[in-house]
Design a protein around this ligand. Structure first.
Ligand code: GLT
Ligand code: MN
Ligand code: MN
Length: 390
């Protein structure tokens, strides 16, 4: 077997909207036919994926009758069972319908907020029925162009009200479900509230049930903001808040490209996989490896599956490269923890005595500063592992 072939243990998942993307963009029509959800399940399973995620309306069209909904869900469940696939995550489409043109939970119109809450409750029921344990919130329309329309603080407090309401719903239903909040700085709105994972992490700490809520960072979204995705993910992991992740690729300064994982900024992709897989000897991320990306608009149906296989294959190649990098004795020596038995105990856990000891330490700033750190060598070693020559 090819070591880079995906297996269910890899926990790779794709959204119905990702492989189902028809290539429509603001300047051009669809280039591919709509993909039936049951076919997406069959093809993803054939490619080696483990899970498939969805928005309510990726599966059940907006406005479908109760009978239609039940038939669609029944057929979808049958496809999942037939192909041994699961639904790890579900979410609500709170951005396509015109009612959400000025947001959902943050809208100034209470009727819009009521509709959004009701739609989300129904979509949570659907997700749980399909087995989802993670529920994503991406507030794509929660933002502004005419920024004078509301006090931005109102958007924050209305979103808090919605999250608290929905957490209580989940608790009352005794669902085994956690929320994951996904940030994006702009697009489709000029400015979207909670623009980065860092904003989300703080917001979560203000909720009534912060233990139920984490983040779903997306490579493209933090990169659009010019930030280090890996650092954002690391902070979320350190806080125990990385509940889900949206893997794709993106170049800084562009529209949300949602490219095949690893196809841009291979260094960042490598560092990300290294972090997620814990090849440094650190705790690894245990959740789904979800690809929120889509095939180039140049592709036909076959190209879509090339895209899907490429995401998973690149992830596994990077994982193998990261393992080799962290097992390299020269790398180990360069990144080894520096221990100082006299100093380390003074650096955490304040006491007045420690202040006195810190003051008494013989530290020579010039001597310490004169030491080279070997990072040129370290980075070159990383490049050589990445380029496959070491
Ligand atoms: C949409 C968006 C993604 C979100 C999806 C979940 S919808 O495709 O671009 O980043 O993760 O709502
Ligand atoms: Mn996403
Ligand atoms: Mn995106």
């Amino acid at each position: 077997m090819d070591p880079f072939d995906p297996t269910p243990d890899d926990r790779f998942s794709f959204g119905l909207w990702t492989v189902g993307n028809t290539g429509r963009d603001p300047f051009g029509e669809a280039v591919r036919a709509p993909l039936a959800p049951t076919r997406a399940v069959a093809k993803l399973a054939e490619c080696g994926a483990w899970g498939v995620n969805l928005h309510d309306n990726d599966l059940v069209p907006f406005g479908a009758s109760a009978g239609e909904r039940d038939r669609i869900v029944r057929e979808f469940k049958a496809a999942l069972a037939e192909h041994g696939m699961c639904v790890p995550m579900a979410t609500t489409n709170l951005f396509s319908h015109p009612i959400f043109k000025d947001g959902a939970f943050s809208s100034n119109d209470p009727k819009v907020r009521a509709f959004a809450l009701r739609k989300t409750i129904d979509a949570i029921d659907l997700g749980v029925e399909l087995g989802a344990r993670i529920y994503v919130f991406w507030g794509g329309r929660e933002g502004t162009e005419a920024d004078a329309c509301r006090d931005p603080r109102t958007a924050v407090s209305r979103t808090r009200d919605a999250m608290d309401f929905l957490c209580e719903y989940v608790r009352e239903q005794r669902y085994d479900l956690k929320f994951a909040l996904e940030a994006k700085p702009n697009e489709p709105r000029s400015d979207i509230y909670f623009p980065t994972t860092g904003h989300m992490l703080h917001f979560i700490s203000t909720l009534a049930h912060p233990e139920m809520v984490g983040v779903n960072p997306e490579v493209a979204h933090e990169t659009m903001a010019g930030l280090s995705f890996t650092h954002g993910v690391a902070q979320a992991m350190e806080a125990g808040k990385l509940f889900h992740i949206d893997l794709n690729a993106q170049r800084i300064g562009r529209y949300d490209q949602d490219l095949r994982f690893g196809s841009e900024d291979v260094r960042q992709a490598f560092l990300l996989v290294r972090l997620l897989e814990g090849t440094m000897g650190t705790p690894r991320y245990e959740g789904p490896r979800h690809f929120d990306a889509h095939a180039y608009r140049t592709e036909d149906d076959a190209g879509v599956w090339d895209f899907a296989r490429g995401c998973m294959r690149t992830y596994k190649i990077l994982k193998a490269r990261a393992q080799a990098f962290d097992a390299d004795p020269e790398v180990k020596a360069l990144v080894a923890d520096q221990k100082d038995a006299a100093i380390d105990p003074l650096l955490a856990g304040y006491t007045r005595e420690k202040v006195a000891k810190l003051r008494a330490l013989p530290l020579d700033p010039a001597a310490i500063a004169s030491r080279g750190l070997g990072y040129e060598r370290l980075d070159q070693l990383m490049m050589e592992h990445l380029l496959g020559v070491r």
